[in-house]
Ligand binder design. Structure first.
Ligand code: USQ
Length: 397
């Protein structure tokens, strides 16, 4: 069986990914420095429910399933920690009890980044944390794989926000350009809408260098905003649910709107609400990672997929939230706040997203039934929701 290393294993996507692969018989190691939790505490963002530490979650997982997830707590901006994860002797020692252990990581899933656009533009210090954390971690990973484990497939979480909202169709990573009678293939033009998105562009450029120079194998997943809480594995025990933010810094729009609807807070549509993005359920993130892992990029290939299942405007999401909220007895109003972000509110948006379906992903959509399911989970924790953290007006400018 394969060994999969998950960087950022305590995050919104990291822990569900760890359980998903562990449930399917992989050897799983997770690494995290609790950046997200600490930032939430520092910024007093609130969370829908308390989440046990990563070590506690691994114990709960072990008690529930008999399976083991190895936990490393540490800061991946430190090269020594990153390199230790690819050190044959150290890894063997850590897994010594397990005779079937498969050795160096075959795949590394890199989520270990500061993921919030608002956080990245709050002030200089947080901009610097975002830049330093995201780029050093990616650079440390690239060099560790280059020096110690070139067979390892790097699956990097990018973002659809790398492309911005251009007035042309968005291709899957690459574009063929004819210029003055000659042709070439290039990374699709990118223009991030925040410092966070810009670090993701820089990550892609770093790894593209690694692919060209050292034949690394890289899959870069350009993901849209994710929604949802429960996965097949978390349903085994509510303490295994992933962390859920609904504040304006770490919460994403669908999760936020449902939470707002449950407590009767008018939905916070920013500006005109025509901003359109590509969305997916957290279960589909897991499927996408799995299919990317199963198929792998070749040595010397930077493979890019656009990772979302369907597009919606902020207004579409507000209307759907209102409709389902009302069906469930909530009093839902829609507000249009002055947009704290600098972004286009009316724009063309037509990104290609075929690659993941071609390698076997079966999409889930945001149907009425799916929305009812999301409401149902959030309603269970209604008493924990704080309306003072929903909107503070963190401005881009
Ligand atoms: N929006 C509202 N009201 C809100 C929250 C958001 O109208 O209360 C709008 C925003 O203005 C934006 C859109 O909804 O146009 C999406 O915002 P978001 O906060 O859900 O997502 P975003 O800040 O773009 O970032 C999230 C994740 C990030 C990921 C990105 C994918 O936090 O890690 O990379 O989604 S993408 O949006 O495609 O760049």
């Amino acid at each position: 069986m394969s060994h999969i290393l998950i960087l950022g294993g305590d995050g919104y996507l990291g822990w569900p990914t760890a359980m998903y692969f562990s449930a399917r018989g992989y050897d799983v190691t997770v690494v995290d420095n609790y950046f997200r939790r600490n930032a939430c505490t520092e910024l007093d963002t609130g969370m829908l429910y308390p989440v046990p530490t990563l070590i506690e979650r691994a114990k709960i997982w072990h008690t529930t399933t008999g399976k083991e997830v190895k936990v490393v707590i540490g800061d991946l901006t430190e090269p020594e920690l990153m390199r230790s994860l690819f050190d044959q002797a150290k890894i063997r020692y850590a897994w010594a009890q397990d005779e079937t252990f498969s050795g160096l990581p075959d795949t590394v899933v890199h989520y270990a980044e500061q993921p919030s656009a608002p956080y990245s533009v709050m002030n200089y210090r947080r901009a610097d944390v975002t830049l330093t954390n995201n780029l050093r971690t990616t650079n440390n990973l690239m060099w560790a794989v280059r020096d110690m484990s070139r067979h390892t497939h790097i699956i990097k979480l990018g973002t659809m926000g790398e492309y911005g909202t251009p007035n042309i169709d968005i291709e899957e990573g690459w574009i063929d350009i004819e210029h003055k009678g000659r042709n070439g293939r290039f990374l699709f033009p990118r223009q991030g809408g925040s410092l966070y998105h810009t670090t993701k562009i820089m990550d892609t450029d770093l790894l593209w260098l690694g692919v060209r120079m050292w034949d690394l194998k890289v899959t870069d997943l350009m993901q849209g905003p994710v929604y949802g809480i429960e996965t097949e594995e978390s349903k085994l025990d509510a303490r295994l649910n992933t962390l859920f933010n609904y504040d304006e810094i770490f919460g994403t729009i669908i999760n936020r709107f449902i939470t707002q609807a449950v407590i009767g807070y008018p939905l916070t549509v920013y500006g005109g609400g025509g901003q359109t993005r590509g969305y997916l359920h957290i279960k589909d993130t897991l499927q996408c990672i799995h299919m990317a892992e199963r198929t792998s990029a070749e040595a010397g290939e930077l493979r890019i997929f656009n990772q979302f299942m369907e597009t919606f405007s902020a207004n579409d999401i507000a209307a759907l939230t209102k409709k389902i909220g009302k069906e469930r007895g909530h009093d839902v109003a829609i507000d249009h706040l002055e947009n704290p972000r600098k972004e286009m509110e009316e724009h063309y948006y037509n990104p290609v997203h075929k690659g993941l379906i071609e390698i076997g992903v079966e999409p889930h959509y945001l149907t009425d039934e799916a929305m009812h399911g999301l409401f149902e989970v959030v309603e269970r924790y209604k008493g924990n929701i704080r309306n003072d953290v929903i909107f503070r007006g963190i401005k881009w400018d």
